[in-house]
Design a protein around this ligand. Structure first.
Ligand SMILES: Nc1ncnc2c1ncn2[C@@H]1O[C@H](COP(=O)(O)OP(=O)(O)OP(=O)(O)O)[C@@H](O)[C@H]1O
Length: 756
């Protein structure tokens, strides 16, 4: 299990972790970043640098609690930096607290540094290739996982933590369980490493231990001092501070000795490792620690304290006398324990891209020349090329390139402005000067209702068949309202799926469902201060009906996946062509919502019941078509108007608008004639639509024959007319053989003279 985990919901993909990871052990996934355990060195940089605190130390409190209550003998070992964390209690109080929660013994980890001191002194005095200290587990992981060439240079000795574990188990017996408590995260990885596994059972951070005290309501300052266990360490207590290692190991350190290199902190360490790997330097010993200031600067350090203060605390502890309860056999058995270890290359080689692959990735982010490679590091990689390699290896994404993103945004913005402008013009043309046309009684009644209800805040329900002008009416109401300087947002409830509609209307929180990568505002919020028009409201699900009712009652919306509600001031206009009363009876429409909507209802009459308005509507739509097609319209012949008045208009005014526009396209001289109409209309003129179809008297087949026959005859006549009675040309126009055309003429008893 990895020592650091990602809280996916908290990650905002700011790439801080990528930037701060010295070995790029971070993979950028679709909506979060995650740690690649095989590459991680446990330095904890991502922990400290994540502004959202989305990276967390994997919790070991649970297993510790379980172990403590198991009845086994559990020993606590305090990492040598503990005085720099628990600064406001005495070591004796800390020991008392640990005993209270169930630890059988409490030892100082700094004794571990003394346990390996002899081995260090011996190995580092040997001549040969440069030795790299192995007491810092992050350095060991760095070399094993990223600089396999240097594995042979590591001092083949365990860290103080592992030394303590081996010593305690070697002296007290293998049955004891050891819990090591420190500010180090790499220690956690170390317990899982093959070569050191088994020495320490659990690694806790000081903060995790603090959590245990808190949960058990143990106040350390109130406790009486208790003695530590084991042997009192000497200079080992100085191990955690920057220049403390040589003191702890008893190796004389002369700062002028170029044979010895000592460094703490990522930048210094990485420089030295790179120099060693390149063979640029060859000291006898390189003593390295990944954290600045040594172990007192570990990722789990007490951040409220300065380095100076933390250092002073460790030195004060070194000088003070803390009572120790030394178990006599500890002294006797220590010599029998081995502190040696081996190292192995754990280098996980990733596929290296070819030059062409890198070029393609660079090109994909608009980098075509070297000048385009800004190396701005916003993505977290030092150079655009390193970043391109990471993209190739699946660690990074194209979208991480900031200059490219800005360019994209700028282009998208331009495109959106253009689209918006086009849509605005289209709307303007479609609805801008659009007024409700009609001089029949029913249309005039509707107009009267619009004028009455418009200026009020009342919810309006518009009912009527499709194409009768419900949306047009909603727009008119908004225009007459006091909100007409605010947006009118129209939503067709049938065009998107139910779950999407909910988030479309009320918005959603990031992570509410798959694909919700960012918070999104809903249309109710977009319409704040204005009007929302919900078309086809009879089609929404009961769940959405309930949410809508809540919005209407409380005047607030709650985004999908969110808990906090937001106040909105929106007037609702709804429309439907469904029978909502039947819906209430049958249970698919909520009764309470029905009453909430049915406050003021406007019913749009079908076009067939306002025939008197057809001529005026025709001229209105001819004008519209003329503007749209940029074509001069002269007029319409009487027969054509007659055909329009005879037709039953199942698609209502929308259908009529389309018929006129189509006729306007077809006419050559700007005069609309019956011939410019679809057959259904011209046919109706001759036969009348009133005859209808008696489905009980006729079979489908015979009815179809009859109707198809009529249609076929009309078509043949049309082609003949078009070809001026020339049968060969008419057949050509119809794209059928001349013989077939003759056969059809015979069938319908048509002659050349039958041209209209
Ligand atoms: N009285 C009218 N005067 C002018 N144009 C009208 C009139 N009624 C409807 N229209 C036009 O007819 C078309 C359809 O109208 P609208 O979209 O308002 O109908 P609807 O009832 O909302 O249709 P649906 O139920 O299919 O959504 C629009 O282009 C609209 O401008």
């Amino acid at each position: 299990m990895e020592p650091i985990i990602t809280v996916k919901e908290k990650c905002r993909k700011c790439y801080c972790c990528v930037r701060s990871c010295p070995v790029k052990a971070i993979k950028v996934a679709k909506s979060y970043t995650e740690i690649i355990v095989d590459r991680c060195i446990g330095c904890g940089n991502c922990l400290s640098n994540c502004p959202q605190q989305a990276k967390m130390v994997a919790d070991k409190v649970g297993v510790t609690e379980k172990l403590l209550s198991s009845g086994e003998e559990v020993i606590a070992v305090l990492g040598s930096s503990f005085p720099a964390f628990f600064h406001n209690v005495t070591p004796g109080q800390l020991v008392a607290g640990l005993r209270k929660i169930g630890f059988a013994e409490v030892h100082e980890g700094s004794y571990g540094a003394e346990l390996i001191a002899d081995d260090y002194a011996r190995i580092t005095s040997e001549k040969g290739h440069p030795r790299i200290s192995s007491h810092c587990p992050a350095i060991v992981d760095l070399i094993e996982r990223h600089y396999p060439k240097l594995v042979g240079n590591l001092v083949p000795v365990v860290s103080p933590m592992v030394a303590m574990g081996r010593y305690l188990k070697g002296t007290l017996g293998q049955h004891v369980r050891v819990v090591y408590i420190s500010s180090c995260v790499a220690n956690k990885l170390e317990t899982q490493t093959q070569e050191t596994r088994g020495a320490v059972d659990i690694v806790l951070t000081y903060r995790e231990l603090e959590g245990i005290f808190r949960s058990r309501q143990i106040a350390l300052p109130a406790l009486a001092d208790e003695p530590l266990d084991g042997i009192r360490p000497g200079a080992g207590r100085l191990f955690p501070i920057a220049d403390g290692t040589f003191r702890a190991f008893g190796i004389p350190f002369d700062p002028l000795d170029t044979e010895i290199v000592a460094a703490c902190g990522e930048v210094n360490v990485m420089g030295i490792i790179n120099d060693l790997a390149a063979g640029r330097i060859s000291p006898r010993i390189a003593d390295l620690r990944f954290c600045y200031d040594g172990c007192i600067g570990g990722p789990g350090r007490n951040r409220a304290l300065t380095e100076f203060y933390r250092r002073n605390r460790v030195i004060a502890h070194f000088k003070q006398e803390v009572p120790c309860r030394t178990v006599p056999n500890s002294l006797l058995e220590a010599g029998r324990v081995s502190f040696g270890r081996s190292f192995a290359s754990k280098y996980a080689k990733l596929e290296a891209p070819k030059a062409n692959d890198v070029r393609k990735i660079l090109n994909a982010t608009n980098k075509f020349t070297v000048k385009d490679e800004l190396n701005c590091r916003a993505c977290g990689y030092r150079t655009c090329r390193e970043y391109a390699v990471a993209v190739f290896q699946g660690l990074a994404e194209i979208e991480m390139c900031l200059p490219y993103n800005l360019q994209q945004l700028e282009e998208d913005r331009g495109r959106l402005i253009q689209k918006y402008e086009l849509a605005r013009r289209e709307l303007e043309r479609e609805y801008g000067d659009e007024f409700i046309v009609g001089n029949d009684r029913k249309t005039l009644d509707v107009l009267g209702l619009i004028k009455q209800v418009g200026p009020t805040p009342t919810t309006v329900l518009i009912r009527g068949e499709s194409g009768t002008g419900k949306e047009l009416t909603a727009r008119a109401i908004h225009r007459y309202s006091k909100r007409n300087d605010k947006p009118l947002v129209t939503v067709n409830c049938t065009t998107i799926t139910d779950s999407l509609l909910e988030s479309e209307l009320f918005g959603h929180k990031r992570g509410a469902f798959t694909g919700a990568v960012a918070d999104k505002k809903g249309l109710f919020e977009a319409a704040d201060g204005g009007t929302i028009f919900l078309d086809e409201i009879g089609d929404i699900t009961p769940k959405l009906q309930a949410e809508l009712l809540r919005v209407l009652d409380m005047g607030e919306v709650r985004p999908v996946g969110g808990t906090a509600a937001k106040k909105v001031d929106v007037r609702l206009i709804a429309a439907t062509n469904k029978n909502l009363e039947q819906g209430v009876r049958e249970g698919w429409f909520r009764e309470d919502l029905y009453y909430r909507l049915n406050v003021f209802t406007i019913t749009m009459p079908p076009l067939r019941s306002r025939v008197e308005s057809i001529p005026i509507l025709v001229h209105h739509f001819m004008d519209k078509a003329s503007t749209k097609l940029n074509k001069r319209m002269v007029g319409i012949e009487d027969r054509a108007v007659k055909a329009l008045t005879k037709y039953p208009w199942p698609g209502n005014i929308r259908e009529m608008q389309n018929v006129i526009e189509r006729a306007a396209v077809l006419t050559h001289d700007g005069v609309i004639r019956v011939e410019n109409f679809p057959l259904a209309l011209s046919e109706g003129l001759e036969e009348g639509f009133a005859t209808g179809l008696d489905i009980h008297a006729a079979s489908f087949r015979s009815e179809r024959e009859q109707h198809m026959g009529k249609l076929e005859k009309k078509l043949i006549q049309r082609y003949l007319t078009e070809a001026n009675g020339n049968i060969s040309r008419a057949a050509k126009l119809a794209n059928i053989p001349r013989r077939t055309f003759y056969r059809l003429l015979d069938k319908y008893r048509l002659r050349e003279r039958d041209v209209r």
